[in-house]
Design a binder for this molecule. Structure first.
Ligand SMILES: Nc1ncnc2c1ncn2[C@@H]1O[C@H](COP(=O)(O)OP(=O)(O)OP(=O)(O)O)[C@@H](O)[C@H]1O
Ligand SMILES: [Mg+2]
Length: 345
C-alpha cells in the first residue's frame, strides 16, 4: 500500500482509520490474512451514499455476507467522518453482539494506485431484506402479533443502542433489516452518534420523512429522535404508506403539523430557529381514524412516539415496558408465519 497517496494532510485520519481497522475481526476465529480477493461478489443488495452493498461469499468459510463497499478518491480530503463513525460504532456494538443489531465481521481496505482510489469494505452479516422491501411483499393487512414481533425487536435493538449512548439518527424502513425467520436487525450506522446525558446536537441528520420536528426546527435533540422515527415506521407497518411524506424540509413540518396540529405552548421547541407564527394554526386530525388495524395498546404506543416535547416522548426503555409489547411474550406462531407470501422474493 502506498501511504503517500493520502497526502500529508490526510495522514492523521488514515492512521486513525488503520488503527481502528487493526484487529477488526469481530468475533469468531480470526481468518488468516483475509483479503478482498477471498470474497466472490454476488448480486447488489443496495446502494449507499458512498458506495454499494453486495452479497459476497467468503471462499474461506463458504458463508455469505453483505459487503458495503465505500470507494473514495485517494486524493480527496480524507476519509469521510460518517464512514469512520459507522465503522467505529459497528465495531463497538459488534463486540457486545445483540441479536437485533447487524454485526460487523471485518473491515478491509485496499488502495488502487493505478486509479488513485481507496476502497473500504465492511463485511457484515447478511439479512434477507430491508423492512421497506419486506413490507412491499407481504399481505396488506399485517396481523397485530406479527407487527408486535417486528416492533418489539426494533425496540430491543434501539434500547441496546441507547443504553450504549448511541443515537441512530437515521431510522427508516430501508435501514432496518429482516430475515426470513422474521429476525429484525437495525443497520446503517453512518449517522449514528455517541451521546452523553448532557450533550445536545444541532446537526440536521435524520432522513426527511422520519425526522423529528425538533431536528427540522434545528433545536436541541436527544435519543428520542429515534423514537419519533419509530412512530413513523409503525404507521408504515400498519398502513403501507409513509406518515409524513414531505417533499422538502419546509413542507415536512407542514405535513407533521397538518396531522398532529401546530405545536402550542411548551411543545414548541425553545431553541427553534423558526417561531410559531411562521406556520398556520393547524388543529390536526384524529390519528385514531387514520390508522388501520391497530389495537388500543398499539395506538397508544404509536401516539407516545409522536409526542412533540422530547422530554415527554416515550423513551426506548419505557417502550419495552409498554403494555403493547408486554401483553404477551413477543413471538409468532408458525401458523402466522405461513400466512406470509413473499411475492417476488
Ligand atoms: N447486512 C445487510 N444485509 C442485507 N442487505 C443489506 C445489508 N446492509 C445493507 N443492505 C441493503 O443495502 C441498502 C443500503 O445499505 P445502507 O443502509 O448501509 O447504506 P446507505 O443507506 O446508503 O448508507 P450510508 O448512508 O452510510 O451511505 C439497505 O437499505 C439494504 O437494502
Ligand atoms: Mg441506509
Amino acid at each position: 500500500m502506498s501511504e503517500n497517496l493520502y497526502g500529508e494532510e490526510n495522514r492523521g485520519e488514515m492512521v486513525r482509520l488503520q488503527k481502528m481497522m487493526k484487529n477488526m475481526n469481530c468475533g469468531g476465529p480470526r481468518p488468516a490474512a483475509l483479503t478482498l480477493k477471498d470474497f466472490k461478489v454476488g448480486e447488489a443488495l443496495g446502494k449507499g451514499a458512498y458506495g454499494h452493498v453486495y452479497r459476497v461469499r467468503n471462499m474461506q468459510d463458504g458463508k455469505d455476507y453483505a459487503l458495503k463497499q465505500i470507494v473514495m478518491s485517494a486524493s480527496r480530503d480524507g476519509v469521510p467522518q460518517s464512514v469512520i463513525r459507522e465503522i467505529a460504532v459497528m465495531k463497538r456494538l459488534t463486540r457486545q453482539a445483540h441479536p437485533n443489531v447487524v454485526s460487523l465481521r471485518t473491515v478491509l481496505h485496499t488502495v488502487d494506485t493505478s486509479r488513485n482510489i481507496i476502497k473500504i469494505a465492511m463485511i457484515m452479516e447478511i439479512c434477507d431484506w430491508d423492512l421497506h422491501t419486506f413490507l412491499q411483499n407481504v399481505p396488506k393487512v399485517i396481523p397485530e402479533k406479527q407487527a408486535k414481533h417486528i416492533i418489539g425487536q426494533m425496540m430491543k435493538g434501539l434500547d441496546f443502542l441507547h443504553s450504549h449512548a448511541i443515537i441512530h439518527r437515521d431510522l427508516k424502513p430501508q435501514n432496518i433489516l429482516v430475515n426470513r425467520d422474521q429476525t429484525v436487525k437495525l443497520a446503517d450506522f453512518g449517522l449514528s452518534k455517541k451521546y452523553t446525558n448532557t450533550s445536545a446536537f444541532t446537526t440536521c441528520v435524520v432522513t426527511l420523512w422520519y425526522r423529528a420536528p425538533e431536528v427540522l426546527l434545528q433545536s436541541y435533540y436527544n435519543s428520542t429522535v429515534d423514537m419519533w422515527s419509530i412512530g413513523c415506521i409503525i404507521y408504515e407497518i400498519y398502513n403501507r404508506v409513509p406518515l409524513f411524506p414531505g417533499p422538502d424540509e419546509a413542507q415536512q413540518l407542514h405535513e407533521i403539523f397538518k396531522k398532529l396540529g401546530t405545536p402550542i405552548g411548551t411543545d414548541w421547541p425553545k431553541q427553534s430557529v423558526l417561531t410559531k407564527d411562521t406556520f398556520p394554526h393547524y388543529t390536526g386530525i384524529s390519528m385514531t381514524s387514520d390508522v388501520t388495524g391497530m389495537s388500543a395498546a398499539a395506538l397508544d404506543f404509536f401516539k407516545r412516539c409522536l409526542i412533540y416535547d422530547p422530554a415527554r416522548r416515550m423513551g426506548s426503555r419505557a417502550a419495552l415496558g409498554h403494555e403493547f409489547l408486554k401483553l404477551k411474550p413477543v413471538s409468532v406462531k408458525p401458523r402466522v408465519l405461513r400466512q406470509l407470501r413473499f411475492n417476488n422474493l
